[in-house]
Design a protein around this ligand. Structure first.
Ligand SMILES: N[C@H](CCC[C@H](N)C(=O)O)C(=O)O
Length: 287
């Protein structure tokens, strides 16, 4: 089976996008398709698969599958790329619109010049901070802020935030020494996170600047994670490193995002999105 795809990235966090306004895929094939297209040796190569689909709850919908075939509830970089694709391909004919995800319905606004979108701002909604909402096991149902977290021989301090998907945020003094490989896999699969977890290491630079690295649930190290950057700013406010309702520049491996957790509880993400290539892909998996 051959299918049209577009490869796009947000700060290097790249996915294979399939437009379900034009084509349909069998639900049960999706995890295998995600695994196959993400494979850099035998597929196209990406951090996962994103489906752009019709929605009866919003102007359009977006679903994300990680490299390992697991489905995430949301994807910040994916939402910016989806907004760009939808506007530039005529799915949407307005500059402010709503996108349904597994986690919630977000509002995106595009900044465009002669029909080309070069910046997207997304209201990512409100974080969930109660332990049970992350979800995280093992304690009272209050917020998880700067809590001791033993991983092997290492005693860390964790702050847990859901942006519709789970994030475990750790603060380090030097981002270049963040133990991504050493601890990322173990934390991702730690039994205290029954649905797994995205793992972020953050270094405070100033009251309005963070350095950021991520080990993603289901995809491992990526160049950037939009929901992770949102979770990082929320965690930094909760730990009094940065201020609520102020723009924070988050320096991710692949570039910068502007994040603000406003006084109404909404987290705003502003950044770019780029098209890498489009074409036809011939599926190998028995499809
Ligand atoms: N890279 C994405 C996050 C993917 C999250 C996924 N790894 C999961 O929650 O399972 C982002 O820009 O927000």
């Amino acid at each position: 089976m051959e299918i049209p795809f577009t490869k796009m990235h947000g700060l290097g966090n790249n996915y294979i996008y399939i437009d379900l306004f034009k084509f349909n895929l069998e639900e049960e094939m999706l995890p295998d398709i995600a695994i196959e297209v993400s494979n850099v040796n035998t597929g196209i190569g990406s951090d996962g698969l994103i489906l752009i689909h019709p929605s009866n709850k919003a102007d359009l919908g977006m679903r994300i599958f990680n490299k390992d075939g697991s489905e995430g509830q949301s994807c910040g970089n994916g939402l910016r790329c989806t907004a760009k694709y939808a506007y530039e391909n005529g799915i949407i004919d307005k500059e402010i619109f709503r996108i349904e995800t597994k986690a919630n319905i977000v509002e995106a606004s595009v900044v465009q010049e002669q029909g080309v979108v070069n910046e997207i701002k997304v209201d990512m909604g409100k974080p969930a901070l109660r332990r049970a909402d992350v979800p995280m096991m093992g304690g009272d149902d209050a917020q998880v802020v700067d809590e001791p977290f033993q991983v092997g021989d290492e005693l860390l301090q964790v702050t847990a935030v859901s942006m519709g998907n789970p994030h475990a945020v750790f603060f380090v003094d030097d981002i270049t020494k963040a133990p991504l490989y050493e601890l990322g896999p173990a934390i991702e699969k730690d039994r205290r996170f029954p649905h797994g977890v995205n793992v972020e290491f953050i270094e405070k630079v100033t009251e309005n600047e963070l350095n950021f690295r991520v080990w993603e649930r289901g995809s491992g190290i990526t160049q950037a994670c939009g929901t992770g950057a949102c979770a990082a700013v929320v965690a930094s406010v909760l730990n009094n490193y940065v201020k609520r309702n102020e723009e924070v520049v988050v320096h991710l491996q692949g570039g910068d995002l502007i994040i603000k957790w406003d006084e109404n509880g909404h987290v705003w993400m502003t950044g770019g999105a780029e098209v890498i290539a489009s074409g036809m892909y011939k599926f190998n998996s028995n499809s």
